[in-house]
Write a protein that binds this ligand. Structure first.
Ligand code: DC
Length: 222
């Protein structure tokens, strides 16, 4: 039977990764967190003192490391050369540079090649910015999650508090808006809703309502 691929795109903080993970778990599909791959490269670049705007050196670095995603029950573990960097890829330092690192064409082409390989011949859910438009244009189901920037910042704020660090809500709104702007305006495969994607405004929905909505569409399809 033909494998089903589900693309979930949208801006930072729209709830994509939590929803994608839950959908994948409910359907026993593989979950591929493509943002974590760009974060892993950004982490390696900081460690090796490679500038986030040096495209050629970033590409060489990417060619010299192995990024691995291991799907676990509660979360995806991220490895660079077999070292677990799951927590390190979520730091503020990585978050601040990842948009620039991921804007380079050479970096994206290689990442997309790896993402397509991971998704080959598997039932899977991928979340990112360009999955429906570029990585898997033939995905059976595409979703584009949105929410107001204030709501997305508020969610990050709560997450941060749970992790034990505090950043002002105003600063988070600015950071998220800047990242959206950058991700949407880069020249190579920018953040964009695919024409055939189903848009879900998550501003006033809970995570489980979004998950259930997506699963509802999947069930309709099979
Ligand atoms: O989803 P996230 O916040 O972990 O993504 C981190 C960054 O990676 C985001 O600012 C844009 C980039 N990204 C991308 O350009 N394409 C993807 N498919 C996934 C993420």
């Amino acid at each position: 039977m033909k494998k089903m691929k589900i693309a979930i795109d949208g801006p930072a903080g729209a709830g994509k990764s939590t929803v994608a993970k839950q959908v994948a778990q409910a359907l026993s599909f593989l979950y591929i967190d493509t943002g974590a791959m760009y974060r892993a490269l950004t982490y390696a670049a900081i460690k090796h003192h490679v500038s986030p705007d040096d495209e050629a050196s970033l590409k060489s670095l990417l060619d010299s490391i192995e990024i691995k995603l291991v799907d676990e029950q509660a979360k995806t573990r991220v490895y660079v050369n077999n070292t677990d960097v799951t927590d390190q890829v979520r730091t503020d330092e990585v978050t601040k540079s990842v948009s620039l690192v991921s804007s380079h064409g050479q970096v994206r082409k290689e990442m997309v090649r790896q993402q397509r390989l991971l998704a080959e011949d598997t039932n899977c859910v991928l979340d990112g910015r360009d999955i429906g438009t570029y990585v898997l244009p033939n995905a059976e189901l595409k979703f584009f999650l949105t929410a107001t920037v204030e709501e997305r910042a508020r969610r990050r704020y709560e997450e941060n508090i749970q992790k034990g660090f505090k950043q002002s809500l105003e600063q988070l709104i600015k950071d998220i808006a800047r990242r959206d702007e950058f991700d949407s305006n880069r020249s190579f495969a920018p953040l964009r809703k695919a024409e055939d994607a189903i848009e879900i405004d998550t501003t006033s929905l809970s995570i489980s309502e979004v998950t259930q909505t997506i699963i509802g569409y999947v069930k309709e399809r099979v």
